[in-house]
Design a protein around this ligand. Structure first.
Ligand code: NI
Length: 138
């Protein structure tokens, strides 16, 4: 019996949100030293680009790993609608006590997308700026 053909599919999504890098574990001065201007009390925004990679066998009938008609609304509901135009520190419950660095954002988005029923989540990659990107593969 031949092995099913396994491939990955990567889809890009975008949202904009603001955050402040600030930990309650540290004093104001320590936060300033650690995070610099990213600890500015009024926060700052990013246009995040999120790459979602799913993998699995190619369905011989459809020729696809997963239908974008299923992936797009799932990502829209679980991530884009939840995060777009939000102040991550205050409007996302998971970041009440966790600093919303893009590392932590990557983990949180992975956690929200992991239950996608139609294919296996392989990786979440976030571009915070044109110079920084972060990846989490579980
Ligand atoms: Ni930032």
């Amino acid at each position: 019996m031949s092995c099913p053909l396994r491939l990955t599919l990567t889809r890009r999504y975008r949202f904009s949100a603001s955050h402040r890098l600030h930990s309650r574990r540290f004093s104001e001065e320590q936060n300033r030293q650690l995070y610099g201007k990213c600890s500015n009390p009024h926060g700052h925004g990013h246009n995040y680009v999120v790459e979602v990679t799913v993998g699995g066998p190619v369905d011989p009938a459809t020729g696809m790993i997963a239908n974008l008609g299923e992936l797009d609304p799932f990502v829209a509901r679980e991530v884009i609608e939840a995060f777009d135009q939000k102040y991550l520190n205050e409007e996302i419950p998971e970041f009440q006590d966790v600093v919303p660095t893009t590392e932590n954002l990557c983990r949180e988005i992975y956690r929200r997308l992991k239950p996608f029923p139609a294919a296996r989540l392989e990786r979440v990659r976030i571009e915070e700026t044109s110079n920084n990107s972060f990846e989490y593969a579980g």
